[in-house]
Design a protein around this ligand. Structure first.
Ligand code: HPA
Length: 279
């Protein structure tokens, strides 16, 4: 169990690397870490050097916090994240979000790789989260379980205003201006690490999920608990398989490959959003 002082200690160490004070946090998911290479005045802080910070063991996740200037904003970007399926506790998975709060960040923009469940989605498309279903979370596997520290947030936080509508609207507008296929939909969060069975995909679709993935929702819960504004965007890296009558099998390589198409599109959207950030 972390305490508030643990988040503060990590924030102090990060601040000792740079005089830049980020206002916006980015979380770059599988294969999307490249986006931070375009920051100016960039300072790279490896996760290993930040006390308490979990280090991702997954390929495609680099393990650096990159602070720099991007589209006129000072941002702190996580190149890679820790996942629950790696064996980290929920507290570890969401530790970076609480550190971002201590850094003085007011908004977090989360990205992830996700499987397309909605039949209209193509590989390389983006989906802005308008809402989520957190199946493990609903049944007790979530980071807000346990004793609540009122200094961090409410015991019973509401989740009906989770994804900031102003940020959502602005992102859709930017995508439209640049002819980027950006859907809006419901992210179905699962623990993984296995990809779903065809029956599970049909269940997710029947329950209203448009995309499925193994991250993001835990960080979103903690971010909202902390009062941060949240935007989240999935890169559709594969179409999910909803029938046993096929030779196809989803794999991590295709997830990473699709990142190549997704990064430039996501970069354009984030740049547009940041350069005219709705207050
Ligand atoms: N399922 C779950 N998580 C994912 C997928 C998927 O198909 N693709 C990328 N992350």
């Amino acid at each position: 169990m972390y305490k508030r002082e643990d988040y503060q200690r990590a924030a102090k160490v990060i601040q000792s690397h740079t005089s830049l004070r980020p206002a916006i946090g980015l979380v770059l998911g599988s294969g999307l870490g490249k986006l931070a290479e375009g920051f100016s005045e960039r300072v790279v802080v490896p996760y290993e050097g930040i006390p308490g910070w979990p280090v991702s063991t997954v390929e495609g996740h680099r393990g650096n916090l990159v602070i720099g200037e991007f589209a006129g904003q000072i941002v702190a970007a996580q190149q890679g994240r820790a996942h629950y399926y790696e064996g980290y506790t929920m507290g570890e998975v969401t530790f970076p979000i609480r550190v971002m709060k201590e850094l003085g960040i007011h908004s977090v923009l989360l990205t992830n790789a996700a499987g397309g469940v909605n039949r209209r989605f193509q590989v390389g498309d983006l989906m802005l989260l308008e809402d989520h279903i957190n199946l493990p979370g609903m049944t007790g596997a979530n980071p807000l379980m346990g004793r609540n520290d009122e200094a961090l947030g409410l015991r019973f936080p509401g989740m009906s205003q989770t994804y900031d509508r102003r940020l959502w609207q602005r992102a859709l507008q930017v995508a439209q201006e640049h002819d980027i296929p950006l859907h809006s939909g419901v992210y179905f969060g699962l623990s993984g690490p296995f990809f779903e069975t065809p029956a599970e995909i049909r269940m997710i679709r029947a329950l209203g999920g448009d995309a499925v993935g193994m991250s993001t929702v835990n960080e979103v819960l903690v971010a909202r608990h902390a009062g941060l504004r949240v935007m989240a965007c999935s890169g559709i890296t594969n179409r999910t398989i909803d029938t046993v009558d096929t030779e196809l099998e989803t794999n991590h390589e295709e997830v990473l490959e699709a990142g190549e198409v997704i990064v430039p599109r996501l970069t354009t959207i984030l740049k547009g959003l940041l350069s005219n950030f709705p207050v």
